[in-house]
Design a protein. Structure first.
Length: 458
């Protein structure tokens, strides 16, 4: 923001007026999507395969994707900033992925036996993340589930410490305080452990100590409240479930020191940051190596994939038979073929230079528009990831995030959708660009935001 400008509040009635207009345009242009969701609701809750896809006014049904573009069931074309919640950092139908998967499936897609590609992928991940031993899963949920089990097995403890408002998948152990309501979340220095939904046993919730992000004193106090009981602290090195929240200087190093001093492990959930913000994810970018790292999404080249990496002594619990880690589709031939090509041929140093160049266009353009229109927003870009947060000040934790303008986030999502840019729905407004995105693609997002900024002030 320029020194001469200062943010000014946006009139809520103007947001409401624009939202009504954009909703009407959205609905008129997506009649086939509406027909499909109404049909699907007869057979599936919400008419979607996953609750994350159930968003107002109704989900957009996607027909196909190519490069940086997708087309919906009504034939509308979009530059894809959603990219499957960050999975498709390679873009859609990348020629090398198509070739690798086509060749692999012609020779069989699944054997429940290891193949050479699995070895190459494990070697590549060990090199990127600085952790020597790896096992594979099929999703981020499975990766964090295995990480927690390993930590419990290694330490002989059952308790877990997690950050308030981080999502680590949908298994019971970590579906706690994912987005707690203000009336339930408790004091900021010692948040309550709140189950995300019904169906989660109270006994499981009691094992979880919740602490705020970017607060080492609160984490220390959490360990002291449960001495000798906490197996690990699991953290997204940069929070990505409330926009993007960066770790403050020394925070990640401090968490590692704190965990080790209390006999616990540090687990990084890099499902979103892994190979998207640097070749070795946040571990690489921030220079802090955890005891265990969890990966998924982008490492699979568009196919379902996950991985858990760790220290030799921790991962030895698996080979010794003390901790079970298994799955019929773990390291399946089709996914490993796509992952090998993704990591060794596509996400090269040139790809990360491309992400940085696109990020400069986005950051510079959005900062300029925000300053010119004196808007109380801010943008963060980091490698292939980025987002707009509808609050003037940087967000440090979940409590700060609650001050963001969610009505503005919804309007922005509608506005971009109606002008050919598909975003992930939700107030966090994260984006993922791909190796196939062009400067023109990202400029389109900036131009759309500029048009919205102007209308907000008209």
């Amino acid at each position: 923001m320029t020194p001469s400008s200062s943010p000014k509040a946006v009139n809520p009635s103007r947001i409401a007026e624009l939202t009504e207009r954009e909703e009407n345009s959205f609905k008129a242009a997506r009649r086939k999507s509406l027909e499909l969701v109404e049909r699907a609701r007869r057979y599936s809750p919400g008419g979607v395969p996953s609750s994350f896809q159930d968003s107002p006014p109704f989900p957009i049904f996607i027909d196909r994707g190519k490069g940086s573009l997708v087309w919906d069931a009504d034939g509308n074309e979009y530059v894809d900033f959603h990219n499957g919640f960050g999975v498709n950092v390679v873009g859609h139908a990348h020629p090398r992925i198509v070739d690798a998967v086509s060749q692999r499936i012609a020779h069989g897609s699944h054997f429940a036996q290891p193949g050479e590609d699995f070895v190459v992928v494990a070697e590549e991940l060990a090199s990127r993340f600085g952790l020597p031993q790896w096992r594979f899963t099929n999703s981020g949920t499975e990766s964090t589930l295995d990480a927690v089990r390993l930590a419990r097995g290694f330490t002989g403890r059952e308790g877990i410490m997690k950050i308030e408002a981080t999502y680590h998948g949908h298994h019971d152990s970590l579906m706690v305080s994912v987005e707690p309501s203000p009336e339930k979340m408790g004091p900021p220095e010692a948040p309550n452990a709140v189950p995300q939904s019904e169906g989660i046993p109270h006994a499981v919730v009691e094992l979880v100590t919740v602490v705020p992000f970017n607060d080492l004193a609160a984490a220390e106090a959490g360990f002291q409240r449960r001495p000798g009981q906490i197996a690990c602290i699991i953290v997204e090195p940069a929070m990505m479930n409330v926009g993007i929240v960066m770790p403050e200087s020394g925070y990640l190093e401090g968490l590692r020191e704190l965990a080790h001093r209390h006999g616990a492990l540090l687990v990084f959930d890099e499902v979103k940051t892994g190979v998207t913000i640097a070749p070795g994810g946040a571990t690489d970018r921030f220079g802090v190596t955890p005891d265990i790292v969890c990966l998924a999404k982008a490492i699979g080249g568009g196919l379902p994939c996950g991985a858990v990496g760790g220290r030799e002594d921790i991962m030895a619990l698996i080979s010794e038979g003390r901790v079970s880690q298994m799955g019929t589709f773990n390291g399946n031939a089709l996914t490993m073929a796509a992952s090998r090509v993704t990591l060794t041929e596509i996400l090269t140093p040139m790809a990360y230079a491309h992400f940085d160049a696109l990020g400069e266009i986005l950051q510079g353009g959005l900062d300029r528009m925000i300053a010119d229109h004196e808007l109380p927003f801010h943008a963060i870009t980091m490698g292939a990831r980025g987002g707009l947060t509808y609050r003037a000040e940087r967000v440090r934790n979940y409590r700060d995030y609650l001050e963001t303008d969610k009505s503005m986030a919804y309007l922005s999502w509608l506005f971009q959708s109606n002008r050919g840019v598909l975003m992930a729905p939700g107030a966090e407004e994260n984006w993922t660009v791909s190796v196939q995105h062009s400067e023109g693609d990202v400029q389109r997002f900036v131009d759309n935001f500029g048009a919205l900024a102007k209308e907000l002030r008209d």
